[in-house]
Design a protein around this ligand. Structure first.
Ligand code: NAG
Ligand code: NAG
Ligand code: NAG
Ligand code: NAG
Length: 322
């Protein structure tokens, strides 16, 4: 079957993986798959190109934005869908690091600007070369189909999409053991296969997590007149995913709004992000993900206000959607 990311949307996730996602060509066929974060998933015991041994807690993250800021340039949001943020390798204990391979630094605005986010970390130099979409051109129809999908669903706010993609690759992809440069170079694969593979796999994880549809099925749709309770949003998504996702809010604190006056609830009130957590069996590329809760390490599962009906899931601005 020919891989066309958009026309395959109706197929089962397994069919999409089988036809679209390149089998990691650092052939993992002969290695024993293990579950990330299990005691067997150690660099000394497995091939780290075939089992995630660095960032075994894999987060598939999404945005709910109401505008892009670049509407006049044609950068619009997809109707009836959240947008893709990224695929992140957190450590099994929930902490993380970033910009793990500065030889693959394509981010024009590194954030943070050192590997640790503190002055003592290694500086991450801004990138000034060609935008990362140009790296996909040598992959012909496959690269072009991927790019079309990315321009529809992987949308940045207040910066061109290509800068978000570069940021996600250089900050996060470089920290997965299964996307390590050596996994590709030792098989002498075409330059930027790592990028093609990471973008494709990130898209496939996103497609299995249709947040908009899962909320809509529970009657939770964008509204500028009706607000929702965090517990209803989080509950609806946890039931479909199989683990409690992290729900991110921005905007004013509840007790700084008229509705929350006098309350002790200082959570934020505008829904902006959903992060789904997983452990993965074998290479991240194979998509054999087990959902886990965002509280797996006892961490917080939201920045939103918990009060009844305190969260706004805003409609997009007029002219911001396509
Ligand atoms: C979490 O795990 C990482 C990787 O093993 C380690 O470097 C870090 O020190 C750990 N952090 C905490 C708070 O335990
Ligand atoms: C990183 O950003 C901070 C704050 O803007 C600045 O003070 C610092 O010099 C920058 N460090 C590097 C390595 O660019
Ligand atoms: C909001 O709640 C926080 C935490 O309970 C409290 O510290 C803060 O003073 C409150 N702010 C207002 C404006 O009531
Ligand atoms: C809904 O409200 C948000 C947040 O205030 C705003 O950005 C957006 O433009 C509004 N959408 C419509 C259709 O009024």
């Amino acid at each position: 079957m020919k891989c066309n990311l958009l026309s395959l949307a109706a197929l089962s996730p397994a069919a999409v993986w089988a036809s679209c996602v390149p089998a990691p060509d650092h052939s993992c066929r002969l290695s024993k798959p293990e579950l990330s974060c299990s005691s067997a998933a150690q660099p000394a015991l497995v091939d780290s190109c075939c089992v995630e041994t660095f960032g075994g807690l894999v987060l598939s993250t999404q945005f709910w934005d109401t505008y892009t800021g670049l509407e006049s340039a044609g950068q619009l949001l997809p109707k009836n869908s959240f947008t893709l943020h990224g695929l992140w390798p957190d450590f099994c204990n929930g902490s993380f690091t970033q910009y793990c391979d500065l030889s693959r630094q394509y981010d024009p605005h590194p954030s943070p600007n050192t590997t640790t986010g503190t002055a003592s970390g290694t500086p991450v130099p801004p990138y000034h070369g060609p935008t990362v979409d140009t790296f996909l051109a040598p992959f012909g129809a496959t690269g072009a189909a991927l790019l079309r999908w990315m321009n529809k669903f992987w949308i940045a706010q207040n910066q061109p999409n290509t800068e978000l993609w570069a940021h996600e690759f250089s900050k996060h992809a470089t920290c997965f053991s299964t996307f390590s440069e050596s996994c590709f170079s030792k098989f002498q694969l075409q330059k930027h296969t790592d990028l093609l593979e990471f973008f494709t796999v990130t898209a496939e994880y996103f497609k299995r997590l249709p947040t908009y549809d899962w909320l809509a099925a529970k009657g939770i749709t964008p509204s500028n007149t009706t607000s929702y309770s965090l517990s209803d949003i989080q509950g609806a998504l946890a039931a479909r995913h199989g683990g409690v996702p992290f729900i991110g809010c921005s905007g004013p604190k509840y007790n700084e709004t008229a509705a929350g006056k006098g309350s002790k609830d200082a959570g934020r009130t505008a829904l902006t992000e959903v992060w789904y957590y997983h452990h993965v069996f074998g290479p991240v590329q194979a998509g054999k993900a087990t959902p886990v809760g965002a509280d797996i390490n006892g961490g917080s599962t939201s920045t939103c206000a918990k009060a009844d009906k305190a969260v706004w899931y805003y409609e997009r601005s007029k002219g911001s959607e396509k």
